[in-house]
Structure formats: C-alpha cells, structure tokens
Design a protein around this ligand. Sequence first.
Ligand SMILES: [Cu+2]
Length: 361
Amino acid sequence: MTTTLLSLFAVFLFFLVIFYIAKTIELSSIAKNGLKNDYVKSTKVNAYLAMFFYIVGMIILVMTTISLAPRMLPESASVHGVEMDKMFDVTLWVTGLAFLLTQTLLFFFVYFYRYNEDRKAYFFPHSNLLEMIWTIVPAVVLVALVFKGIGVWHNVFDFQQLDGKDPIVFEVTGKQFAWVLRYPGADGKLGPREITHENINEFNAKYSLPNELGIVWTDKASQDDIYPNDIYLVKDRPVLVKLGALDVIHSFYLPHFRVKMDCVPGMPTQFMFTPMYTTEEFKERLKNKKFWKNIDPKTGEPRWKGFKFELACAELCGKSHFGMQKNVVVVEQEEYDAWLAKQKPFYKTVVKKAMDRVDNQ
Ligand SMILES: [Cu+2]
C-alpha cells in the first residue's frame, strides 16, 4: 500500500518536473524571441511530436498484431462458430480500416497544416453535404453490421433446428467452485429436480448425503443418470446444454466452440451447438500452426500434442473461480457409446447404498 502510494507520488513529481522544465523553456524563449516567434517554434515542435507519435504508434500496432496473432484462439470447432468468426472478421476489417483512415488524416492534418506565416487559414464554418456524408455513411455501415449480427444470433438460438436431429442433451450446473455434469442414462431422460427443503436439507440430514441439485431419487428417470468428470460429445451430432447455477452467476464458456452462456441461479438457460471435429482431428489441424508446433517448455513436446478442448467459467464468481475448469472430449459415435456404457449411475454406486443403510436400520 505504502509502496503504491509512494510510486504514484513519484510519478506525479516526475510530471511536475517535466511541466516546469517546459514552462521555463517556453518563458525563456519568449523573453529571447518575443511572443510570435515562440508560437511558430512551439507549433513546429508539436507537429513533429504528433508525427512521431503517429509513426511509433503504428509500428507498435503492427508489431503487437504480428506477435500476438498466433496466440489467438484457433479456428472454430463448431458449426455456428464459423459464422460468428466471420462476423468478427468483417467487424474488425470495417472498424480497422475506419481507424487507419481517420487517425492517418488526423495526424497528417496536424503536421502539414500547422501554423505557417505565409499562409492564411481558410474560414470554413459549415457544410451540409459533409455533415450528411459523415453521418449517413457510418450509420448505414453500422446498421448493416447490426442486422448481419442479428441474423447470426437468430441462427445460433433457433432451437427448432434441433427437431428430429437426436441431439445429445445434458445438464451443467455451476456452483462455487465446480461444475456438476449430469447426463441421462439409458432411458435418455434426465430425472426431475425439485428444489425443496425436504429434498435438499432433510434428505441430507437423514442420509448424510448432499443432494444440492434437489434430485428426486425415487423417480426411475433419476436412477440411471450419470455424473461424469469430462464432457463427452460426438462429432457432427448437435448438442443441447441445459444450464443452471446454485449460488452466484457463472458462465459456461467453451472458447474453442464459440459457446458462452450465463448460468443463473433460478433461471434456466441453454445453448446448442454442433462440434465439427473430434479432439484428435482438431489436433491434426493445429499441427502445422506456428504457435502449436512449437515446443511446450512444460512438457518438452509440441504444444498441439497436449491440446484439449476446455470448459471454463467466464464469470468472476469468487476466490476459486479459476478452478472451474473441465475437459471436453469430442469423439465418433461408437467411441461415445462405449464411454457411455462404461459410466455407472450415481444412484447405484452411491445414493442407493446410503439410503439402504439408513432405511434398513
Ligand atoms: Cu464460476
């Protein structure tokens, strides 16, 4: 705290010194050359400084873009993500070109049209035509971008697209600080949940077993549900994730699939998407990319070998927020079936035993 305050104070003093040096130079120059000459000189200094700032700024812009580009997320691994990426690209090109054009004009005008004794400034108070151009052109471009964005958004959230497509449906619940995954068992149905005092607190007290999701364990549909550690998905098969939270707002974020949706306590949300590549196929695609073919100092192997799709919480939800991470594995249908067959229902392995122990006493 003290160090921070002292550093801030030092920075303040530094600028104060610079300010007084500049002031001294200015005053001594006025004393030497009179007011007018000083004005010519200082506009010249300002114009050169502006040009210097522009050139250095542009060099830094280009250098950071080149050096950071390989660290960007790899291509989208989901179908809708491709559309979203295109949208981002178009927006970036449009705003990037506008940025370059306006900044270049701004700094060049400052430089070339600085004060000049032999030139008289042209008095140009207003032009309706110019006003119209620079109001209408950006308005049309921005409206076009917004409409394109709305189109993409409607496509991403049009859940009717799932009709007749046999999606994988599973549930993800965020809590401080973990994700609880629930997949339906052989019946393809998630068991019902009832958030009641009886179902959660009394159940816990009676069987010494937490039931924070409020699962109705007596329901047959609940008894074959599985609670896996990793998210398993199938290539080319749509997914519908049902999202919720127990305490604060969390955010279900699958960066590689361009999926991000808030998990809100008491308000169910959902997201659908279709993975385009299996994890192994995606690794192959990364193999020749600059960042990914480099050696990872932690493992001593190329980075692409250790690649994993991941789920992360994208809402700053508390002190262990960073720990809310899970792996996502995309496989072919056969491998998924084999994985599913290996999973044991939580009811069978844990819940039933706990209930029997108490009920048979
Ligand atoms: Cu969280």
